[in-house]
Design a protein around this ligand. Structure first.
Ligand SMILES: *Cc1c(COP(=O)(O)O)cnc(C)c1O
Length: 854
């Protein structure tokens, strides 16, 4: 049949409850349970049918029902209360940022990421990176940080996972109707939709701009699936991490370059540009182009100006995990771009070029981001170390401890991840204002005020709730596979809440070693099927659709889960998402995490678990190196790295079995006369106390502001001064330094070379050195004593510097310098003399990464 037009008729919201629309289009409801309750109350069945999406609900609900609700006193009372809170939140003036940094609170920060995990009903995330980005936006809103997010809006999102009867993962990419998402097209003053464009080889790609709201934080999302574009280009923003290398460079051009253009078009003027992972690094190139074309800067000055306000967070401790492109591909997409920068192809490419071991060159997004940022960081202390080691070759003048990559340890958004019943429990025993003070240790000490029975009762309830949820999922999973009635009935016997339950859920990347626990299957069987003290496991997670080794892990777990001897002791759930995560991190007893150290940059699911009283049992990797305090959980393996991965697997799996047998199982089943596992609860409390305090995103964002954003704001002000004269003189000076750097000579006058083997702490050492500076003046450099500290393996683990002063000028560019220091601590040490550029002339320490050594 021929229809002239096809559309959906949308119910009309009565005036009295009109603002439900605004609430539905703001992710604020996802971390305010009363707001969520409001939507659920409107139509409970529909609420679950639309997978808890308020926008979908409002587009499908019965008109009569809406009219009724607008007259229902009880509903209206709730509505008014929620709206009042919402309003109050959006308008609050008394925020952390304004209180702590009143003079900088207005400065804008742009945050770029390829994925955002805000809620399961908005599937534009794949794993931890996305959840972290979502939590970053939510927390920036809570703290009043003036931040705007930029990302991509994927037509098919990330995939839905199905596991077939052989255990093999299948991916389904639903086509989403963006009208069902809490996003709206950005419009100009006339109400017309706005677009930006990017140039691709011999064509132009139009990008549509969408907007979402995360509390006070706006999120800009970009979409190429519009009729203006060629069919092929419409697919650029089709799938998260989909397609081939060419798709990836296209996506990253849209994210980085169209992202900057979209912000400009919407009137944003960020002082700081945060690249969350290398995917967004092309934004630096677009900003260089802006400086050249709009401010008339030369290439080098534009680079300095861009670098000052860029900051970069790396998330990948494995070389293979870093995004790299063939030079050909970069040539293909940037052939028309670099000539606009008044530079050569080579100078342009050099921004991101890295040589691999075989001498071949490729273009690395991480290298580009590092070279174009004033501050860079990893996401845990250990990951900071690993990153400094990994990227020493980008900073060849610096010893490893000085490589300018610091760390801010990840956290999670408490109001998203702390279970609601626990929050209500804490409300009862914590100081009244604790919601505003989650970074205060004093607040979390009140965990000890909670009676054991009360905490345990709530934990058991959460366990039951998770079980009900999992039963529903498992039944659906088995029904789809056409299993027998008996098989379906069996589901009801799975996961009784009196059995020690261990959860493992995360992406099935091979380094996470999801099947490590099966290394010695007989030993595991004994643990799980002990008649007195049984144990059960729940697994969930997606493998990337192109990752067959990852899918093989899922298959292996599935097969074991269907073996008669493991019946009901191991289950694997399909389609892991934020909803399953929320149930699991609050509903199991133990959270297992056994990545191959040091491959887990941070990990965050264990932080969610820990703050819900689910005890961590984890390899000493990522955040757990800092998180473990001896009382709040258990460790797997030891605090070292292995070359031999098979050996590491064996050692770690043995460590898992023996800790389970000797510590975890006995502790769980040791109950007092009232049936309460008192010692277990003590550990739960330690876990909540320590994890909630240190690994929440409020602490994390405060660190980002204090250690990173404010530094970059300072650097930006340095280069912006006198209409970018700061950047121009900085780049001239840097070139002058680089031209003269090789001529610097340092000749130390060694008192008694090689005679000393040891020295006592507190003893002074004096040193003089003849330093030839050539054309450079002593004001341009700092000459200093560099004292290195080594561990027993002769690895440099730290350093200190002490200034030297000129003792005697010399006519031929040579100066006699003098300095001294006292040996401050015991251990292996060594010292030397070096010349560095004068830090007072740089926007930030190490901004110009030069050092000249003896
Ligand atoms: C928290 C979370 C992750 C990250 O878990 P890791 O242990 O850090 O890998 C991944 N996926 C979902 C859905 C999550 O909620």
């Amino acid at each position: 049949m021929y229809f002239i037009e096809k559309m959906r008729a949308i119910p009309r919201l009565p005036d009295r409850i009109k603002r439900l629309e605004e609430l539905a289009y703001n992710f604020w409801w996802t971390w305010n349970p009363e707001a969520e309750e409001l939507f659920k109350d409107m139509d409970q069945n529909l609420w679950y049918e639309v997978k808890r999406s308020p926008v979908k609900l409002l587009r499908r609900i019965d008109q009569d029902k809406l009219n009724e609700l607008s007259k229902n006193e009880a509903f209206l009372e709730k509505y008014d209360a929620v709206m009042k809170n919402f309003e109050h939140y959006l308008k609050a003036e008394d925020t952390w940022m304004k209180r702590t940094h009143p003079e900088k609170a207005h400065e804008q920060i742009a945050y770029f990421c390829a994925e955002y995990g805000l809620h399961e009903s908005f599937p534009i995330y794949s794993g931890g990176l996305g959840i972290l980005a979502g939590d970053h936006l939510k927390t920036a809103s809570d703290l009043g940080i003036n931040l705007v997010g930029v990302g991509l809006l994927y037509r098919h999102g990330y995939f839905n996972q199905f596991i077939d009867e052989t255990g093999w993962q299948h991916a389904e990419f639903p086509t989403y109707d963006f009208e069902d998402f809490p996003v709206k097209p950005a419009v100009d003053e006339d109400g017309d939709e706005v677009y930006v464009k990017v140039d691709f080889p011999e064509r132009r790609v139009w990008v549509k701009i969408w907007q979402a709201h995360v509390g006070r934080t706006p999120l800009i999302l970009l979409d190429t699936d519009i009729p203006q574009n060629d069919p092929e280009d419409r697919k650029i923003t089709s799938q998260l991490y989909g397609g081939n290398r060419e798709t990836r460079i296209q996506q990253e051009i849209v994210l980085g370059i169209a992202g900057v253009r979209a912000l400009r078009l919407l009137g944003y003027n960020p002082k700081v540009w945060h690249m969350n992972e290398g995917h967004a690094a092309f934004l630096g190139l677009e900003r260089i182009r802006e400086f050249i074309q709009n401010k008339g800067l030369d290439f080098r000055s534009a680079v300095e100006a861009t670098k000052a306000s860029n900051v970069f967070t790396t998330h990948t401790p494995v070389p293979a995990g870093n995004d790299v492109f063939d030079i050909n591909l970069v040539d293909k997409y940037f052939n028309d771009f670099w000539p606009k920068l008044n530079t050569s192809r080579r100078e342009f490419l050099d921004l991101g070029i890295e040589k691999s071991k075989d001498g071949r060159e490729h273009f690395s997004m991480t290298v580009l981001a590092l070279r174009l940022s004033s501050v860079s960081n990893g996401v845990s202390e250990l990951h900071g170390q690993v990153s400094r080691r990994m990227w020493t070759h980008i900073f060849p003048d610096f010893p490893e401890p000085e490589v300018p990559i610091g760390h801010v340890t990840n956290g999670v958004h408490i109001w998203t991840w702390l279970n609601r019943d626990l929050k209500i429990l804490f409300d009862k025993y914590f100081p009244e204002n604790w919601h505003e003070n989650v970074t205060s240790p004093e607040v979390w000490e009140h965990i000890d005020d909670i009676p054991d029975e009360e905490l345990w009762q709530i934990h058991l309830n959460l366990k039951k709730r998770m079980r009900t949820f999992l039963h529903g999922r498992l039944r659906r999973q088995r029904m789809r596979l056409g299993e027998t009635i008996e098989d379906l009935m069996e589901v009801d016997e799975i996961l009784p809440e009196n059995i020690l339950t261990i959860g493992f859920a995360r992406r099935f990347a091979t380094y996470k070693r999801a099947t490590l626990i099966f290394k010695d299957i007989e030993r595991l069987k004994k643990i799980l099927t002990d008649p007195e003290r049984p144990v059960q496991f729940i697994f969930a997670g997606k493998a990337h659709p192109a990752d067959d080794p990852g899918k093989a892990l899922i298959k292996k777990i599935y097969e074991i889960s269907r073996m008669p001897e493991f019946k009901n002791r191991i289950v694997i759930l399909e389609n892991y998402d934020m909803n399953i995560a929320r149930h699991m991190v609050s509903g199991v007893d133990v959270w297992l995490n056994n990545p191959r150290r040091p491959h887990e940059a941070s990990g965050t699911s264990g932080q969610k678990a820990g703050m819900n009283g689910v005890i961590n049992f984890s390899a000493l990797d990522g955040w757990w190196v800092e998180g473990y305090n001896g009382k709040n959980g258990w460790t797997i393996g030891d605090n070292r790295d292995y070359e031999d991965t098979e050996l590491q697997d064996r050692i770690d799996s043995v460590s898992i079995y023996s800790t389970l047998e000797k510590e975890i199982v006995p502790l769980y089943y040791k109950v007092n006369k009232n049936g309460i596992p008192v010692d277990w609860i003590k550990k739960m409390k330690e876990s909540i106390k320590s994890v909630a305090l240190n690994f929440n995103t409020h602490r994390m964002l405060m660190d980002y502001v204090n250690d990173i954003y404010l530094k970059a704001i300072g650097a930006t002000e340095f280069v912006e001064r006198d209409n970018y004269e700061g950047a121009v003189s900085l780049s001239r000076w840097e070139q002058r330094l680089r031209q003269n750097w090789d001529f610097i000579r340092i000749k130390p006058n060694i008192p008694r070379p090689g005679l000393r083997n040891s020295i006592s702490v507190g003893q002074p050492i004096e040193i003089t050195a003849n330093v030839y500076l050539g054309e450079l003046s002593p004001e341009e450099v700092k000459v200093e004593i560099f004292v290195a500290k080594f561990d027993e393996d002769e690895r440099m683990i730290g350093f200190k510097t002490y200034p030297m002063e000129i003792k005697k000028d010399d006519v031929h560019g040579e100066y006699l310098y003098y300095g001294k220091f006292k040996v401050e601590e015991e251990g292996k040490m060594a010292y030397t003399v070096r010349v560095v550029p004068n830090p007072d002339m740089m926007p930030i320490n190490n901004f110009i990464s030069l050092a000249k050594w003896v």
